[in-house]
Design a protein around this ligand. Structure first.
Ligand code: C2E
Ligand code: MG
Ligand code: MG
Ligand code: MG
Length: 280
């Protein structure tokens, strides 16, 4: 008994917690290898204006693991953030997205479209973030005006002054900024006032029950009015039905993204899809 106890000091822990910790460290190890093994890819989801014409795409990270299959970013991004792996990964996303920008610029049907990239807190907080973005753009030969960076509220409250500095610097080169998942984080109207953002993204949690919940309708109406009053574009994400789109339009929303229009697409499908959307 004593011998067994000495060998297995974890025996007092909850086996469920132990299993979860093990699963997590396995995932971490696989995540570390995934970059080298080229297992990441980007999917692109179109964003549309009121006329149904594409204005750009959002790059969404995917992990294709030979054993696990397609892993959702919701499952591995938090871990990548905790382990710092998000830094090389975020860099890769930026490079890949800028390469996509250059590809789209080469085709007259898609030349005017933008690519939106999600950036995590740790990545944005790096002192070199601004310079890194410019270097990646230059390397890819991509137009800074077509790059949009999506930030979240949680990321901005941490250090307002340096956030404003970074955003302002990149904006002077033409890069655009969107505030993602708006209304779900530590929203404060005083920072909305101070940040030079181009676009607010209405979180899909407000869109989901828009038809049935008058409180969601009130919130969406207010966000749209607020964004426009502050000189920003407002886009709704997670639009799944024509009824939602109709109601959003009646709230004054003029940009849309969601399964109603298109799921996130692999790069190979994107070009033909966009050309079809842009055709009258
Ligand atoms: P997000 O930036 O808010 O992206 C929107 C999410 O909603 C995406 O999930 C997208 O596939 C999904 N979506 C789009 N249209 C619809 C719809 O009509 N209905 C529903 N139910 N969902 C819809 P996804 O791709 O699983 O990404 C989840 C989150 O992971 C993203 O939320 C973003 O926060 C994060 N993420 C994705 N790619 C990256 C990345 O490259 N870097 C970082 N740091 N985070 C990323
Ligand atoms: Mg996003
Ligand atoms: Mg979002
Ligand atoms: Mg989200």
């Amino acid at each position: 008994q004593a011998k067994a106890a000495g060998r297995n000091t974890l025996r007092f822990f909850d086996p469920k917690i132990q299993a979860a910790a093990l699963a997590r460290s396995r995932l971490e190890a696989e995540l570390r290898q995934a970059l080298q093994r080229d297992e990441f890819l980007l999917h692109y989801q179109p964003q549309l204006d009121s006329d149904g014409l594409p204005t750009g795409v959002e790059a969404l990270l995917r992990w294709r693991n030979p054993v696990r299959g397609m892993v959702s970013p919701a499952q591995f991004i938090p871990l990548a953030e905790d382990t710092g792996l998000i830094l090389p990964l975020g860099r890769w996303v930026l490079e890949e997205a800028c390469a996509q920008l250059a590809r789209m610029a080469a085709d007259s049907a898609t030349a005017g479209l933008s690519v939106a990239v999600n950036v995590s807190a740790l990545q944005f907080r790096q002192a070199t973030f601004g310079a890194d973005v410019l270097a990646v753009l230059a390397q890819a030969g991509a137009n800074p005006r077509r790059l949009k960076i999506e930030l979240t509220e949680t990321l901005l409250v941490e250090d307002m002054e340096s956030a404003i500095e970074k955003i302002t610097m990149l904006k002077s080169h033409g890069v655009c900024f969107a505030l993602d998942d708006f209304g779900t984080g530590y929203s404060s109207l005083s920072y909305l006032k101070r940040l030079p953002l181009d676009q607010l993204k209405i979180d899909q949690s407000f869109v989901r029950n828009l038809m049935n919940d008058p409180r969601d309708l009130a919130i969406v109406t207010t966000i749209v009015a607020l964004g426009h009053a502050l000189g920003m574009h407002v886009i709704a994400e997670g639009v799944e039905t024509a009824e939602q789109r109709e109601l959003l339009a009646r709230c004054g929303c003029r940009q849309f993204q969601g399964y109603l229009f298109s799921r996130p697409l692999a790069q190979e499908q994107l070009q033909t899809h966009l050309e079809r959307m842009a055709a009258p």
